[in-house]
Design a protein around this ligand. Structure first.
Ligand code: SF4
Ligand code: SF4
Ligand code: SF4
Length: 323
């Protein structure tokens, strides 16, 4: 797959279709990959990587990249195409300046899940028939591939690309995902249990802003949390109120636009399951306004920004009960 991607990228650079390529760059280790832009065939040969650890969603970078001179090639996994489409709908990406090649999705691996098995000094990870062979400073370890699958891939909603100019490999289908199971568990808790769950999670937040910075729905040029007059800009939360406030405000800001890409939880250094907040909004939108998937297309109106006389009344929260 990686070789096919490099070959096609070199062809598109050579024939002038694009002047840059957005992909992932090798780091020191196999799991250490970073989104990057490549400008030459030599750079692609030397540094381009696509492996079990190239999880990062490239869509958000295309906001800036699509405003630069020339056209950029972007490799997008199925989940990334939903983010790309949503950004097109919000007029944040200039479509004609991006050439999209859809590539098969994961499942991708989460290095933290490998380390959680007590494996340290990791030098290399190879997938051999769905058994991971892990070379470490202390010898070789093995573990089942599926025990290291990242959270966002374990809950994958779709293997289908919703936008592309060409595909490498076969397109997949929308999946019958069990992604709302944990949301249902939270709904079935008492309000005190739910409050305790979220306080336990959000109290770990160090306000590094990684979740906001990576989120393809957080694209405001001036974020409310950077307002120097707010008293809460660029600083760790002072108390539990500020901890909750950051996350509740952000969840409301992306409601109806969050594609459930899972990037917020993936990058959180404190392993806070942030996607569950947004998934609750998605589940409620589905049940109150009818099935809606942000990013599935570029034309449908989001139920939260569209009015219909049949829309539920604000009292719905009271009527559904809060316990
Ligand atoms: S990424 Fe995690 S620790 Fe950082 S601000 Fe977001 S929730 Fe807090
Ligand atoms: S809130 Fe999280 S899951 Fe939703 S679009 Fe942003 S990063 Fe993706
Ligand atoms: S938190 Fe709100 S204001 Fe800040 S970038 Fe996200 S959507 Fe925009």
């Amino acid at each position: 797959m990686q070789e096919a991607m490099i070959k096609r990228a070199k062809e598109l650079l050579a024939d002038g279709t694009v002047n840059r390529v957005m992909g992932w760059k090798k780091g020191e280790f196999v799991y250490d990959t970073t989104p990057a832009v490549f400008e030459t065939a030599e750079e692609l040969e030397k540094e381009f990587v696509c492996n079990d650890f190239t999880q990062a969603n490239l869509s958000k970078y295309l906001i800036k990249e699509s405003r630069k001179e020339g056209k950029i090639l972007a490799f997008l996994k199925p989940c990334d195409t939903y983010s790309f489409n949503q950004l097109l709908k919000e007029h944040r990406i200039i479509r004609e300046n991006v050439y999209v090649i859809g590539i098969p999705g994961g499942p991708k691996l989460d290095m933290e899940k490998i380390k959680a098995k007590g494996i340290s000094g990791i030098l290399d990870v190879k997938n051999e028939n769905f058994t991971l062979k892990i070379e470490t400073l202390y010898g070789t370890e093995t573990m089942p591939f599926y025990e290291a699958v990242s959270g966002k891939c374990a809950d994958c909603k779709s293997k289908k690309h919703v936008v592309y100019d060409e595909l490498i490999g076969e397109d997949g289908d929308v999946l019958a995902s069990r992604r709302f199971d944990m949301v249902e568990k939270l709904e079935n808790m008492t309000s005190q249990e739910r409050y305790d769950f979220w306080r336990g999670e959000l109290s770990k937040c160090i306000r590094c802003n990684a979740c906001r910075n990576v989120c393809p729905a957080c694209t405001c040029e001036n974020c409310v949390f950077d307002n120097p007059k707010s008293g809460i800009d660029q600083k760790a939360a002072a108390d539990s109120f500020e901890e909750n406030m950051f996350h509740i405000i952000r969840a409301f800001h992306v409601a109806g636009r969050c594609t459930d890409c899972g990037e917020c939880s993936r990058v959180c250094p404190q392993n806070i399951p942030l996607h569950l907040l947004n998934r609750k909004f998605i589940k409620d939108i589905n049940s109150l306004y009818g099935e809606y998937q942000a990013g599935a297309d570029t034309t449908s109106k989001c139920p939260l920004t569209d009015y219909d006389t049949d829309d539920c009344e604000p009292s719905i929260v009271h009527e559904r009960g809060v316990e």
